[in-house]
Ligand binder design. Structure first.
Ligand SMILES: [Zn+2]
Length: 433
């Protein structure tokens, strides 16, 4: 991993910020990643978390393992919510890391809908270039390709090669000034650049926006989709706090960041992906007509981001944790076996913060083919096994770690013959039939 050395052109004082990339460890965030304010306020602390993608084989004797503090901080100047520690991506994304976005129905539908919304709103024409940052398996770009646009993906992991082989031109690289220039040289400037669920993950955010500007046509549009902080707060999603997620955006904070680079937000909409996200459209200032959606969200956020709401979030998280523990106690006290369903990154935070171990949750199930099968859940001795075991063992209870897609999962598992009950842990821990 090469340390990012490029510095912001926005005059944010980025030179003073230490970089975790290439450090082999972590750096404490003592200044706002966007506006450089040193006065950051604590929101909530969910303890020390092991890296969420560190899975060791079942049977391995527990050995020394790093874990990293996870505290959320708020910047009162630009409203950015951010993690108080940045971990070297080489630790967070080991070579075994693999995630494909084509797998959940909500994501596939969202990307299809994105194309349907964006094309008329932007006046995209056939042959206009669409570039996706962190394009993964090409699921998003397929929709634009079908509509007749030229498409290019930029993806650092090997999954991009699979997309390329399946007909979605993909450059294997991290997104930065060099890969942006590479696209411009080979394909020209982009009318549309998309970044879904990646804009919160990259350390040096100002250099990313600078690179984006190199890639974007004069009247081009940038669409980002990120976890929506206001929604996360409302549904007590402490389980989205882990070290891959460096920033948690509201429209207010994202607009402040983009404005530092001459970009103007002109449209916004909440969408259901990842348990609640926001899709934000931006262009160079004055290039696009601003829709009323922007003022509506900003007005709502003035209330939603008030400090009293943060206090309510903190106490709500604690109450939710205690209630989940009581529910698990009630269920297992009656002799029921509890299996976990799914081991996404958010499961690791819940396991760690709530304090689940193999005495409470006997095993966690993953779909066949998952590289997590045959390993322990990070920081525990809970084995991850093939989902098929659910139907063979028929445990009395199944704890849904991917609770945000419970409506998709429950009928699917019922249809395949699971007869026990479900525990939905958030936002209100409850039993479901
Ligand atoms: Zn700030």
């Amino acid at each position: 991993m090469v340390p990012r050395t490029s510095r912001s052109s926005a005059g944010t004082g980025g030179d003073r910020v230490n970089r975790a990339a290439g450090s082999g460890g972590s750096v404490v965030v003592d200044r706002c990643q966007v506006c450089d304010n040193a006065d950051l306020e604590p929101i909530v602390f969910v303890g020390f978390l092991p890296p969420v993608n560190t899975f060791v084989p079942i049977g391995t004797r527990p050995a020394e393992q790093p874990s990293y503090p996870a505290q959320l901080l708020r910047c009162p100047r630009c409203e950015l919510v951010q993690l108080g520690l940045i971990v070297d991506p080489a630790i967070l994304f080991p070579p075994s890391y693999a995630y494909t976005s084509g797998t959940t129905r909500i994501l596939r539908e969202n990307f299809a809908e994105l194309e349907k919304e964006a094309t008329p709103l932007l006046g995209l024409r056939r042959d206009d270039l669409v570039v996706d940052i962190g394009s993964n398996d090409g699921t998003l770009l397929k929709n634009f390709q079908r509509a007749g646009n030229r498409v290019v993906g930029i993806e650092p992991t090997d999954v991009g090669k699979t997309a390329d082989a399946s007909g979605i031109p993909t450059i294997t690289a991290f997104f930065d000034a060099a890969s942006a220039d590479d696209v411009v040289k080979r394909y020209g400037r982009a009318k549309l650049v998309t970044a879904t669920n990646v804009f919160a993950h990259i350390e040096d955010i100002h250099s990313i926006v600078d690179a984006l500007l190199r890639l974007l046509d004069e009247d081009g549009v940038f669409i980002s989709e990120s976890h929506y902080w206001v929604g996360l707060m409302g549904t007590l999603q402490y389980d989205t706090i882990y070290h891959e997620h460096l920033r948690y955006y509201s429209l207010t904070s994202l607009r402040n960041l983009l404005a530092m680079h001459g970009l103007e937000v002109f449209h916004a909409r909440a969408i259901p992906t990842h348990g609640g996200s926001i899709r934000v459209y931006a262009a160079r200032r004055g290039k696009r007509k601003v829709t009323p959606s922007v003022d509506t969200y900003l007005a709502d956020e003035r209330e939603a981001l008030a400090p009293s709401r943060l206090d309510a979030f903190r106490s709500g998280v604690v109450a939710s944790k205690l209630k989940l523990y009581r529910l698990l106690d009630e269920v297992s006290g009656g002799g029921s076996r509890i299996y976990g369903i799914g081991a996404p990154s958010r499961a690791a935070t819940m396991v760690s913060y709530v304090g689940l171990d193999d005495g409470i949750v006997s095993s966690i199930l993953e779909i066949a083919g998952s590289h997590k099968i045959g390993k322990y859940m990070p920081g525990t001795l809970i084995p991850v096994v093939d989902e098929e075991q659910l139907f063979v063992d028929q445990p009395e209870c199944a704890l849904l770690f991917s609770w945000h897609i419970a409506d998709e999962l429950i009928p699917k598992l019922r249809g395949r013959g699971y007869r026990g009950r479900f525990i939905v842990p958030l936002p209100e821990p409850r039993l479901a039939q």
